[in-house]
Design a protein around this ligand. Structure first.
Ligand SMILES: Cc1ncc(COP(=O)(O)O)c(C=O)c1O
Length: 366
């Protein structure tokens, strides 16, 4: 695939995953600057890009490390030399716990917990492995996914604190349901509520005699609100590097959107069976639809329709101006699940391929 470097993106075998490097770099720089100006640490979520090469760029721009959702994703980052990781979902099965404890000898690894039983299992595994884990208690700040209520936080934090091999590092509170709420006012109110729940939990832990070093959470959709509120001291945005089309429908208030779209799927026209219809070679295997349809670029007034595993259709009441062999960029609706479909991506500048990057974190299901 490296043989495409130096050539036009229009010569790539389609469908191909493209990253506009100028935009990606600007997004990474902007996030670094926002966090630095606010004096808040940031630990971007690598579940969006799944690529150590992008993690390095984020760390070079000031990130303290990266977040990963799963142990298998975290091991990809660890194998690539990323030395500070937070696993943002509990690791509970014995095999995974033993592996996590063993690999924790190599780097600083944090993991979230929301049960006493899990704390005990992690402690036993760390004692066996001779390692140490940072442990954060996850608080349910409104997402109704993992996490305990604030009044349960101190019991778990105390258990972490008295377990050899574990260090109580703080609390995580992520309200994912807010991130894509198009309404700026609702996002603000929701973020305030989430913050109040997290601060309540932190206060209870402090009253129990433990310091709360890290309060981590937040995502791309609440980044400016979280910075403005000042409740978190570590931010975990993921999608900002790519800005999928769902984020384009979010009302960002009066100011300019701080990030721009850098991720595309390049699809090739394979057939124009009738006027106003073009069939392209990107179906459900090439671009995800859990966040809705992708948005076709480069073609005016075209309606998008999935047409099977390997195909999609662009349709219009007038001529589309496309012929077989042409390429069209599609803006994915959900970056995480689209990237998960590709072994590698092509970074480009001004229409020219400048690098082919592997995506070693794709397909990591455990
Ligand atoms: C725990 C956690 N933190 C942060 C994020 C980042 O969210 P976003 O991609 O919207 O920035 C996610 C997204 O799924 C998440 O699950």
């Amino acid at each position: 695939m490296d043989s495409f470097v130096g050539r036009s993106i229009t010569g790539l075998p389609t469908p191909a995953l493209l990253i506009d490097l100028d935009v990606l770099e600007a997004n990474i720089r902007t996030m670094g600057q926002l966090a630095a100006d606010a004096g808040i640490a940031y630990r971007p979520h690598a579940k969006s890009h799944k690529q150590p090469l992008i993690a390095y760029q984020q760390i070079a721009a000031g990130a303290v490390g990266v977040c990963c959702t799963k142990l298998s994703e975290a091991l990809v980052m660890l194998d690539a030399g990323v030395g500070d990781l937070l696993i943002t979902s509990p690791v509970v099965t014995p095999w995974k716990i033993a592996l996590l404890a063993k690999r924790a000898r190599e780097a600083r690894i944090g993991v979230v917990v929301d049960s006493l039983r899990n704390v005990q299992a992690l402690g036993t595994a760390c004692a066996d492995a001779g390692s140490r884990l940072d442990v954060l208690v996850e608080i349910d700040v409104g997402q109704k996914r993992c996490g305990v209520a604030p009044d349960k936080a101190s019991d778990i934090a105390i258990e972490v604190d008295r377990t050899p091999g574990l260090r109580f590092a703080g609390l995580q509170g992520y309200q994912g349901l807010l991130q894509l709420d198009a309404d700026a006012e609702r996002r603000l109110l929701g973020a305030k509520t989430a913050n109040a729940i997290l601060q309540d939990a932190a206060e209870r832990v402090r009253r129990a005699g433990l310091p709360v070093d890290t309060l981590t959470g937040g995502g791309t959709g609440t980044i400016q609100i979280d910075i403005g509120m000042g409740g978190l001291n570590e931010l975990q945005p993921g999608s900002y590097v790519f800005m999928d089309s769902r984020y384009a429908s979010v009302d960002w208030g009066d100011g300019p959107i701080p990030f721009a779209c850098s991720l595309f799927v390049l699809a090739g026209v394979v057939s124009t069976p009738m006027p106003g219809r073009a069939i392209l070679d990107a179906g459900w295997k090439a671009i995800s639809n859990d966040g809705g349809n992708p948005v076709p670029l480069d073609v005016r007034d075209a309606r998008f329709r999935f047409a099977g595993d390997e195909h999609c259709a662009l349709e219009s009441d007038g001529p589309l101006g496309l012929s077989a062999g042409d390429c069209v960029r599609l803006r994915p609706s959900h970056c995480d699940t689209t990237i998960n479909l590709y072994d590698h991506c092509f970074a480009f500048r001004g229409g020219e391929v400048v690098a082919c990057w592997p995506i070693p974190g794709r397909g990591k299901t455990w």
